[in-house]
Design a protein around this ligand. Structure first.
Ligand code: 5AD
Length: 350
């Protein structure tokens, strides 16, 4: 097993059956070796600094109906909200004072009629905090909309592909959504000069090992700047309420494999990791993740942005809890890196 890990570290790519072997190996010593090698590569790239992103959950209004997601359109139990422009700017202001230099505007997917409103918001953030990166995570849109937002000043875009397997994709999503279109959106974002993030939910219903291997292969081919991976966690008002959650172990193992395959990728240890296990966030970092995304949303709105049950939004998951996060990182010898944390190969000119 160790020689497969060494091969991945050296060549940054493996054959499907070799990825599979890494995902299924049982010997704890082998797993430790994988994770330790990934950690070493992350430290060569980023030292022991962890980049922060301030997450602002703009809205839980969504036109989409993804079967796993708590804010899906047909969930009638959600009290819907949209932050005002002033609220978003107040979040940025507070985040800036706390030291954040990246704002992530995430939300449910809206129709195009509100794209100009979003563009105006982006321009305002760009003008008021010119030294900050603006990341969007607002779902699928036409190329023109992505171009409009880029023009307005956005730098990065997160859009997980969720799964590369078209059959699984259609089991997780409503009719009309296709992996082909999702991949098209990712190509557009890339062409437009965004730093692009994509990724999957780990352990989603019906997911097979084979499909995870396909996801790794897609990620290695696409070479995203950012990789978002989190365990699936059921939400009680969705059709997947009774499915078991994905595992922190498997997610951490994937962080390690992807870190070895893409040494300079920005990989957050996601909120879903922290939500499933008290040491989930640190486990992710020790497996090669190098980003944490604390929540900057107004506190009253956080519980309404419930993609899954028991989502962590307080303590070290909250932007106001950065001191606690710093203390937590210090227990494993890591610290917060307060810089903007761009990908080294970012395309756009400053
Ligand atoms: N469990 C874990 N992650 C989820 N997401 C949505 N619903 C869930 C869930 N139930 C993730 C999706 C989406 C991101 C914003 O949140 O991968 O891309």
């Amino acid at each position: 097993m160790k020689c497969i890990v060494d091969k991945l570290k050296k060549q940054q790519r493996l054959a499907p059956e070799e990825y599979r072997a890494l995902l299924t190996m049982h010997d704890p010593q082998d797993v430790d070796y994988l994770v330790a090698q990934a950690r070493e590569v992350a430290q060569q790239q980023f030292g022991k600094g962890i980049y922060l992103r301030g997450l602002i959950e703009l809205t839980n209004v969504c036109r989409n109906d993804c079967l796993y997601c708590g804010i899906r359109r047909s969930n009638g139990h959600v009290l819907r909200y949209t932050l005002t422009r002033e609220q978003v700017l107040a979040c940025c202001e507070q985040g800036y004072e706390l030291g954040f230099r990246t704002f992530v505007i995430q939300g449910g997917e809206w129709g195009e009629e509100r794209s100009t409103w979003i563009a105006d918001l982006i321009s305002e953030i760009r003008t008021r905090w010119p030294d900050c990166a603006i990341t969007l995570s607002l779902g699928e849109h036409p190329r023109e909309t992505y171009a409009l937002w880029k023009e307005a000043g956005a730098d990065r875009y997160l859009l997980r592909h969720e799964t590369h397997n078209d059959r699984l994709y259609s089991l997780l999503h409503p009719k009309g959504l296709t992996i082909l279109h999702r991949l098209q959106c990712l190509d557009w974002l890339n062409e437009l000069g965004y730093q692009v993030g994509t990724g999957i939910m780990v352990g989603s219903p019906f997911q097979s090992l084979k499909s995870i291997v396909e996801d790794i292969q897609y990620l290695v081919d696409f070479q995203p700047h950012m990789i978002g991976l989190g365990p699936f966690i059921p939400q009680h008002d969705t059709p997947f309420a009774r499915f078991p959650a994905g595992s922190v172990d498997m997610t951490a193992r994937l962080y390690a494999v992807l870190r070895l395959a893409m040494p300079s990728a920005l990989i957050p240890s996601t909120t879903a990791m922290a939500s499933l296990s008290p040491d989930g966030r640190l486990r992710g970092i020790l497996a090669g993740a190098n980003v944490v995304m604390p929540n900057l949303s107004p506190e009253d709105n956080r519980k309404l942005y419930a993609l899954y049950d028991n989502k962590a939004a307080l303590g070290a998951e909250s932007a106001q809890g950065v001191k606690g996060l710093a203390d937590e990182l210090a227990t494993i010898g890591y610290h917060i890196d307060w810089s903007r944390g761009d990908h080294p190969n970012k395309k756009q000119a400053e």
